[in-house]
Design a protein around this ligand. Structure first.
Ligand code: DQA
Length: 146
């Protein structure tokens, strides 16, 4: 079965309590449950993870390459400045795997520092601005390409 790691960066473990007017009131556990449902529907083996640690996120991208897993990645604030994460993400797509960058909000409609993504240029594609549905659309894109 096609394997997909759904990786979430810093502060996304605080979903539900963090700026609900921006990110909604549902939690990471709710996202995990929803992703399991989308995975079942799409025939994907989906695993959702979250970390506040850049090194751990880089390690998970290396794991995706080594285990031939596609990736749905919400890099959170790392989106805007982490060249380490960008270099790791590039290894995923260079390895012929799909990596979809996702965001709950639309960073282009927010503060100027969020307008730059260092991940976008090495991603297969980006889905932003649709809340949890950004993840659903990303998983559908992975399913269509694998
Ligand atoms: C985010 C957008 C980022 O700018 C922010 O730092 C996040 C969440 C989103 O999902 O909308 O933590 O990636």
């Amino acid at each position: 079965m096609t394997r997909v790691l759904v990786l979430n960066g810093p502060n996304l473990g605080r979903l539900g309590v963090r700026e609900p007017e921006v990110y909604g009131s549902a939690t990471l556990a709710d996202l995990t449950a929803a992703a399991a449902g989308w995975g079942a529907e799409l025939g994907l083996e989906v695993e959702v993870r979250q970390t506040d640690d850049e090194a751990e996120l880089v390690g998970w991208l290396h794991e995706a390459v080594d285990t031939r897993s596609h990736v749905v990645l919400n890099p959170a604030a790392f989106t805007h400045y982490s060249y380490a994460l960008r270099d790791a993400a590039a290894q995923v797509t260079e390895g012929g795997l799909v990596l979809v960058e996702v965001h709950l909000s639309n960073p282009l409609a927010r503060e100027a520092f969020r307008h730059v993504s260092v991940i976008g240029p090495v991603a297969t594609g980006t889905v932003a601005g649709f809340g949890f549905q950004s993840y659903e659309l990303a998983l559908r894109a992975v399913a269509a390409r694998s």
